[in-house]
Design a protein around this ligand. Structure first.
Ligand code: FE2
Length: 363
């Protein structure tokens, strides 16, 4: 057996979308991302256009295909705008790929050495749930803006950054009965370990339910929860996702901020929609969570949820779906010691999700 593969953290997330130019514009003007790099016809890439956005340690890439028979176009036609690649930064992309494949992963991209005037990057990739892949990126010693083939972008900031610092976790939705297999996949293939904290329980309301398992790197640089639908009285939000997305995929990305009140206020001012929180939530939350170093008025005004575990508390909020299909959305999270995922909020959140689902006629 080859030595265990070392994942340093998330390298970035690539969205495959219908119109990368407009998607990138929204993330720049609403979230305050910086356009760091670009590849497309103007840089000699004929079949696609990719925009690389950065904020803090966070990197999003938006890609569109430019021809009907392009993989990106087919992916988008089937799944809608969504996430294709959750990339990890590794110390050795060739060894990571070899170790993963030896343990049973299917290859998505053989190790490839790419080079330009800024240095060398080695990239490989494996398949995971649905049509999603994990790239392994080895970028030590590379000084360019993203990857060889991308050119630095000369573009103004469209809005101030909102304080996003990093990816906190990436959640996948898989079919009924598949959660355990995918949890085992992340343990066996990537060497992640089960994170025992509320997460093995059923999370359910009267209408919908899910089961969730979390795998992590033991440090907190990588956390990968996996959801599957559970039996409920009505169609669960996970089933709605699986229908709309036509199969498993990334359900949400949680983005870390050190000041969620300022982050959410800026995003609301710029027109971003969040899930409504029932009024009754805050009285219940104050009883459940107790003292926090945040003003409850701010939290209630902005719809920020609060949860507590043994290690501290956390603040979180969920956006509406980012595209017309009810598939991927974002979470913003500020951890004040807490290491969990807001299990205490799930019930309150589900009530809000189901209200939106009912409005779409899917409940
Ligand atoms: Fe989350």
């Amino acid at each position: 057996m080859t030595s265990p593969l070392t994942i340093r953290g998330y390298d970035g997330v690539e969205f495959w979308v219908g119109n990368a130019k407009q998607a990138a514009h929204v993330y720049r003007s609403v979230f305050g991302f910086r356009l760091a790099a670009y590849a497309g016809p103007e840089t000699g890439v004929r079949d696609r256009a990719s925009y690389v956005l950065q904020q803090g340690d966070l990197r999003f890439v938006f890609t569109s295909g430019l021809r009907a028979d392009h993989d990106v176009v087919r992916h988008q036609a089937r799944h809608g705008d969504g996430i294709h690649d959750v990339a990890f930064e590794v110390t050795d992309a060739e060894q990571a790929h070899a170790a993963a494949v030896e343990r049973g992963a299917r290859t998505a991209c053989e190790p490839e050495r790419r080079e330009d005037a800024h240095g060398v990057v080695v990239v490989s990739a494996i398949e995971t749930y649905g049509d999603t892949i994990h790239s392994f990126v080895q970028r030590d010693g590379y000084a360019g803006p993203y990857l060889p083939g991308y050119e630095p972008a000369d573009a103004p900031m469209l809005a101030p950054p909102v304080g996003l610092t990093a990816i906190d976790h990436v959640v996948g939705n898989v079919e009924v009965g598949a959660m355990d297999d995918w949890a085992a996949f992340y343990e066996r293939i990537l060497g992640l370990t089960p994170f025992h904290h509320f997460t093995d329980e059923d999370i359910s309301t009267e209408y919908s339910a899910l089961m969730s398992k979390v795998l992590w790197d033991g440090v907190g640089n990588v956390r990968m929860p996996i959801n599957e639908p559970a039996e409920g009285r009505r169609r669960s939000q996970i089933e709605e996702y699986l229908d709309a997305h036509d199969g498993p995929g990334v359900q949400h990305l949680a983005l870390a901020t050190d000041d969620i009140v300022t982050t959410v206020r800026a995003l609301r001012d710029r027109g971003l929609g969040f899930l409504d929180v029932p009024h009754e939530y805050y009285a219940e939350a104050r009883r459940r969570v107790g003292e926090v170093d945040h003003a409850w008025n701010d939290l209630a005004e902005l719809g920020i949820l609060v949860d507590r575990d043994d290690a501290g508390y956390l603040l979180q909020i969920f956006t509406e779906p980012l595209q017309d299909r009810p598939t991927v959305f974002l979470e913003l999270i500020q951890r004040e010691g807490a290491t969990g995922f807001g299990a205490g909020n799930f019930k309150a959140l589900f009530a809000a999700v189901e209200r939106a689902q009912r409005e779409r006629g899917n409940l």
